[in-house]
Design a protein around this ligand. Structure first.
Ligand SMILES: *[C@@H]1O[C@H](CO)[C@@H](O)[C@H](O)[C@H]1NC(C)=O
Ligand SMILES: *[C@@H]1O[C@H](CO)[C@@H](O)[C@H](O)[C@H]1NC(C)=O
Ligand SMILES: *[C@@H]1O[C@H](CO)[C@@H](O)[C@H](O)[C@H]1NC(C)=O
Ligand SMILES: *[C@@H]1O[C@H](CO)[C@@H](O)[C@H](O)[C@H]1NC(C)=O
Ligand SMILES: *[C@@H]1O[C@H](CO)[C@@H](O)[C@H](O)[C@H]1NC(C)=O
Ligand SMILES: *[C@@H]1O[C@H](CO)[C@@H](O)[C@H](O)[C@H]1NC(C)=O
Length: 600
């Protein structure tokens, strides 16, 4: 509390505050409220009345219940559901895949695999032979021949060993294939939306449920084809021209989406971004209700000044051509084929806190939101560092800078405060006090440009950020609330956070393999990348809803132990690679699994 007083400059403010403190202290000692509620919540913040988040949680619980109802308990049902949802026979090997999943006690829910079909559908419009030529031309790739996995690369690459290990474990069930891998942090493919739309239409027009008697069960061998001479494919990777990465990426958005609307003013980088109305319009009383929509930069053109990906990525090498390329995350406008990220598969304590470390019991944790990490997100140079997402979150959770902004028409150098009334937050110093008591956030490295690994300082960031000591993941689990933010791309910590006994508060614009299996407001708390909802979220949980926070934290963990296990990553990748191999096969139209139909 003393901390907060230093942020209040006016004498009147100090006097008023002392008066409030004395009353608060009196109320605080009354036993009926329970020790988990801080005095600051009695200063008129009515924590008992109904709240928009209650409704969001209710709806999400219903969604989960419906999803669970679609579970398949036998191969026949799984195959039927496949045909109903995908309009084709399952790929050859589906029976073994099902047994594999079953032997690992997996929930079989067809919707969990939607991402695979979203990613692969356009490739049906390209000839299999051409897909194989493209795949073979990318230097870093994993190949399978005669059930043996081989790693090919021009030079040693980060994370390739981890992905190799994942595929190699599945090799007994896999056909021959060539899987080019994106070894950069950043995504690589943006095919114009119109072109993808043509491809998708073509796939739909040619989709057939072949008569069982005409179905082929064996994938082709690539051994012979390996000997064939071919002209290497030029993927056409290029760097951004004018308009930066945003200019490159927006062509992947639908023609009538806000990101494609050229009559919208181009963003002015000379002033900090406070274009937050767009989120307010799509939110439910200021909170994320449709997470898929809220995280999509195609409907959030303001992201071009609110996220490092669009301001200045560390590196860009993007192609507008569709070719097979696998990666761990992508933006909605990217066309990569998603794999479970190598960071999730690698047993790497830096990103997981250790496979066995999940944190202690909820009650033993510090009641604070904790974030610690480096100021990544791209090259956050002067002056446009003010648009970077991690910097914004640090400033918005800094009681001093928030108190300054309150006296500056709600504007800080790199953020805008929400309208407190919209979030039922008092404007009597409550938010800065909430932050100083209940958040512990900071950069452990400022990642200045030009970058000097050994020097954590940075002349243009030093006035705004103090360098804090780093913290290993397993210590982060000692805190109840764990906000999770994008860095140069997705956050590699997220799986660890989900599996921990703490509550993840997640903000991202990236998509991952697991998206259709995690339900916001049941398994984690979604937050907007403007972070304008953060204070409301924090006040909701801290103001008497500790049990709700605990419930979501533990529901997320229990669910993660069913759907985010290493086994689940294997099962997803196995299914994905059967589908991928089929698309690259000369007889793809005829390949299928129909054993279940022949039996009856
Ligand atoms: C795979 O097996 C085929 C047939 O048994 C054989 O001709 C071929 O050489 C093998 N290829 C590799 C890469 O081992
Ligand atoms: C584009 O943006 C302008 C300005 O907001 C708006 O008036 C117009 O309707 C938009 N056009 C489309 C096609 O969405
Ligand atoms: C959420 O938004 C997506 C993308 O616009 C849309 O397809 C979906 O139907 C929406 N979901 C709900 C429940 O409204
Ligand atoms: C950000 O600033 C750098 C350096 O001033 C500049 O090169 C870059 O184009 C800026 N990015 C945008 C999106 O304006
Ligand atoms: C006050 O707001 C302006 C923009 O309205 C901003 O440029 C400035 O940095 C803010 N000052 C402080 C101390 O946050
Ligand atoms: C909080 O903001 C103040 C003022 O901008 C700054 O001096 C301080 O270093 C910041 N604290 C942290 C932990 O970044």
């Amino acid at each position: 509390m003393l901390h907060m007083m230093t942020t209040l400059n006016s004498r009147a403010g100090r006097v008023a505050l002392l008066a409030v403190f004395s009353i608060l202290t009196l109320i605080w000692i009354l036993p009926r409220h329970g020790a988990s509620v801080s005095p600051i919540f009695y200063a008129g913040n009515d924590y008992k009345s109904s709240h928009p988040i209650d409704a969001l949680i209710d709806t999400a619980e219903t969604d989960l219940h419906e999803l669970l109802g679609t579970q398949a308990h036998d191969l026949q049902t799984a195959a039927d559901q496949y045909r109903a949802r995908r309009g084709r026979h399952p790929p050859p090997g589906f029976g073994e895949w099902y047994e594999f999943a079953k032997s690992k006690d997996s929930l079989i829910i067809e919707e969990f695999f939607d991402q695979i079909y979203h990613d692969l559908t356009p490739y049906w419009a390209i000839e299999p032979k051409e897909l194989r030529r493209q795949a073979r031309s990318i230097p870093t790739r994993i190949t399978v021949r005669n059930k043996t996995t081989i790693l090919k690369t021009d030079e040693p690459r980060n994370w390739m060993d981890s992905w190799f290990d994942l595929v190699a474990r599945l090799e007994d069930g896999l056909p021959d294939l060539d899987m080019p891998i994106n070894v950069m942090d950043e995504t690589r493919l943006v095919v114009p939306w119109e072109e993808i739309n043509d491809y998708v239409q073509k796939e739909q027009a040619n989709r057939v449920m072949t008569k069982p008697s005409g179905v082929v069960h064996e994938y082709m061998s690539l051994t012979e084809w390996d000997q064939e001479d071919m002209e290497p494919y030029d993927p056409g990777f290029a760097v951004p021209g004018e308009g930066g990465y945003w200019g490159m990426a927006r062509v992947g958005c639908p023609p009538r989406s806000p990101a494609r609307n050229i009559t919208l003013p181009m963003v002015d980088f000379s002033t900090p971004p406070w274009e937050y109305d767009n989120f307010e319009r799509m939110s439910y009383h200021g909170y994320v209700s449709n997470y898929t929509l809220a995280k999509d930069p195609c409907v959030r053109p303001e992201m071009q000044v609110l996220h490092g990906t669009f301001l200045e990525p560390i590196s860009v090498s993007t192609s507008h051509n569709l070719m097979p390329l696998f990666g761990g995350s992508k933006l909605p406008m990217n066309n990569e084929i998603l794999l479970p990220p190598a960071m999730y598969w690698a047993q790497n304590d830096h990103y997981s806190g250790g496979e066995k470390e999940h944190g202690g019991v909820w009650e033993s944790k510090t009641t604070k939101a904790l974030w610690r990490g480096a100021a990544t997100g791209g090259r956050a140079r002067e002056p446009n560092w003010t648009g970077f997402q991690r910097h914004r979150f640090m400033s918005m959770t800094n009681a001093t800078s928030v108190a300054q902004a309150e006296k500056n028409q709600s504007h800080g150098i790199n953020f805008r405060l929400p309208n407190y009334a919209d979030y039922k937050l008092k404007d009597d110093g409550f938010v800065p006090q909430l932050l100083s008591e209940y958040t512990d956030t900071g950069f452990n490295h400022l990642v200045c440009t030009p970058y000097n690994e050994a020097d954590p300082t940075c002349p243009y960031l030093d006035p705004y950020f103090e360098v804090a000591p780093g913290m290993p993941m397993k210590e982060m689990y000692n805190f109840k609330y764990l906000p999770d933010l994008d860095g140069n791309s997705f956050s590699g910590r997220y799986r660890g956070f989900m599996l921990s006994t703490s509550l993840p508060i997640k903000a991202t614009i990236y998509n991952e393999w697991h998206d259709s299996r995690l339900i916001p407001w049941v398994h984690f708390v979604p937050m907007d990348t403007t972070y304008i909802d953060f204070y409301g979220i924090l006040a909701y949980f801290l103001g008497g809803r500790d049990k709700t926070a605990r419930k979501i934290a533990l529901a997320g963990k229990a669910w993660g132990e069913k759907v985010l296990r290493r086994e689940d990553m294997e099962i997803y990748t196995y299914r994905l690679l059967l589908e991928y191999a089929r698309i690259c096969d000369d007889r793809r139209e005829f390949l299928g699994y129909v054993d279940d139909l022949n039996m009856s």
